[in-house]
Design a protein around this ligand. Structure first.
Ligand SMILES: [Zn+2]
Length: 385
């Protein structure tokens, strides 16, 4: 592949695994029984993603409670919650269909991850025959664990942010050490930070610039060579086939987002109403030189919230149009989001999580085929980059 293509990270957990998580929360099965189901789901995810011809795969995050809470708790119900956390934190997001997801609340220091993404990858990478990627959570998301307006006695906000940056750096470095070829940082809170939702107070605090600065505090600890393989994922959310910030104009986000010194970006686009306008914005604001690395822009060509499978021809046409605005040597393709960032997700528009898994692999297959067709049409020659 000379136009790179990569998934975001997650896949729906099979109905059997979601039932096992509920049984584990209720104390009906042991942790090792849960892990047996997680192992089976990871193996199935990797084998089926490899069968799509994708040059890089993930384990579908089948062991993670969610893309944001894996360092903090074993399940979304809060089983195995890390020390110094209480369950009643801020809403991370309120979705368009009315449901919400909540973060824990920090009650004291020091802040430490209980689980690193590498703890999961270490088990999964033995199941793969193609290179693997790993997604990690951004420090900006976890900064919302600290109370919005008050100080924690004995643990200042600045000390927390310093500990948080150390933990995020460790999360990324360990993923590479375990063997990840690429690591992408989930930054769904970026677009939500522009939303100003009165029901969700942090979104009205103009926090985007401080999120960018915080994430750069971590990125700046990596060399340019390392940052070539460190990405940022932006999206309007994707949970239970619903979004949280699709109404935010990309013009409010992209100029700031590309200030992050990452080597690549996984950008939701398939579900945008005016794709060409966003391609143009990406072309205008992405940089050839972000402190030593070119910013490769992977445009979303697959909508994981919609059960209709995109054709390879649609994928090809999106990339060919994007190449009018984004230099082809900095162009890639991706899915708009993970297929199920949260472990408990019935995938309502798909009918069931198991059917949604079947659809997801068909969609990934279309992305891989369509990207190869775009290469041919654009005349990108093997070995040209
Ligand atoms: Zn996403």
């Amino acid at each position: 592949m000379t136009i790179p293509t990569e998934n975001v990270g997650s896949l729906p957990r099979p109905a059997k695994l979601q039932a096992a998580i509920a049984d584990y929360d209720a104390g009906r099965i042991s942790k090792s029984q849960l892990e047996t189901e997680q192992d089976a789901a990871c193996r199935d995810s990797i084998e089926r993603m490899e069968a799509t011809g994708s040059p890089i795969v993930s384990d579908g995050e089948q062991r993670a409670s969610s893309f944001a809470t894996y360092p903090l708790a074993d399940t979304l119900a809060g089983t195995g919650l890390a020390p110094n956390l209480a369950a009643d934190g801020q809403y991370f997001a309120i979705f368009a269909d009315g449901h919400h997801r909540q973060l824990p609340r920090l009650t004291g220091g020091p802040f430490r991850y209980q689980t690193y993404a590498a703890d999961y990858l270490r088990k999964s990478i033995t199941m793969a025959t193609t290179p693997m990627k790993q997604a990690v959570i951004a420090p900006s998301m976890l900064s919302l664990l600290y109370p919005l307006d008050s100080e924690i006695t004995g643990y200042s906000r600045e000390q927390f942010l310093s500990d948080l940056c150390d933990e995020c750096e460790k999360d990324i470095r360990q993923a590479f050490e375990v063997g990840a070829k690429r690591v992408s940082v989930d930054f769904t809170e970026g677009r939500l930070a522009c939303r100003n939702d009165p029901k969700n107070p942090w979104t009205g605090r103009h926090m985007l610039e401080q999120f960018i600065a915080l994430n750069n505090r971590v990125l700046d600890r990596f060399t340019a060579e390392e940052r070539t393989n460190i990405g940022i994922h932006t999206c309007p959310g994707g949970d239970c086939d619903s979004t949280h910030s699709a109404d935010v104009d990309y013009a409010d986000l992209l100029p700031s987002m590309f200030k992050m010194n990452a080597g690549y970006f996984l950008i939701q686009l398939a579900s945008e109403k005016n794709k060409e306008r966003v391609y143009r914005l990406i072309g205008e604001h992405s940089r050839d030189d972000a402190d030593g690395v070119p910013q490769v822009c992977f445009i979303g060509v697959i909508n994981p919230l919609d059960p209709t499978v995109e054709t390879p021809e649609q994928v090809r046409d999106d990339l060919v149009l994007a190449a009018k605005h984004i230099p082809v040597e900095r162009l890639g393709s991706t899915d708009d989001c993970g297929f199920s960032p949260f472990s408990i997700d019935t995938k309502p528009r798909h009918g069931s999580p198991d059917h949604a898994r079947d659809i997801a692999f068909q969609k990934i297959s279309s992305r891989v085929k369509g990207t190869a067709m775009a290469e041919e049409q654009l005349g990108v020659m093997a070995g040209a980059r």
